[in-house]
Design a protein around this ligand. Structure first.
Ligand code: FAD
Length: 107
């Protein structure tokens, strides 16, 4: 079985990086494909309880927001925070998602 922690860190890197490189003005097709990716991801993620909970979270009032980069990045941050809360980890300040995953920290 996969190492759920290593798989998780790698997967969040992929997912937040997808948001970081998402267009500021996506076409209708890009938005559709992104939602399709997330639906399939939530079915194929190779930690089945993780996938079940992620799918449930998405369908219970948290449909992917893919209208532009900032919306998608914030939605991904909220998805990650839902898992953080479930695991008793600290929540991340979603105003800083872009600093963490796109532009680099300012200090
Ligand atoms: P991670 O949570 O992997 O985070 C990596 C880095 O992302 C952090 O160091 C931080 O810099 C940054 N970060 C943290 N929070 C946010 C945020 N909200 N927004 C943006 N950046 C952030 N594990 C389980 O045990 N049970 C589960 O049910 C489960 N479900 C998961 C569902 C999905 C869809 C994914 C992708 C992973 C899931 N995981 C689950 C794995 C879990 O989320 C962690 O990846 C794993 O526990 C390792 O945690 P970590 O503390 O190393 O940091």
């Amino acid at each position: 079985p996969p190492d759920v922690e290593q798989l998780g860190r790698s997967s969040w890197t992929l997912l937040h990086s997808m948001a970081a490189t998402y267009p500021e003005r996506p076409t209708a097709n890009q938005q559709t494909e992104t939602k399709q990716f997330l639906t399939l991801f939530s079915r194929m993620y190779p930690c089945w309880v993780c996938a079940d909970d992620f799918r449930t979270w998405m369908t219970q009032g948290n449909e992917p927001r893919v209208s532009n980069r900032d919306e998608f990045g914030r939605w991904m941050c909220e998805a990650h925070n839902a898992v953080n809360v479930k695991l008793g980890k600290e929540s991340f300040d979603c105003n800083r998602w872009e600093e963490r995953w796109r532009t680099g920290w300012r200090d």
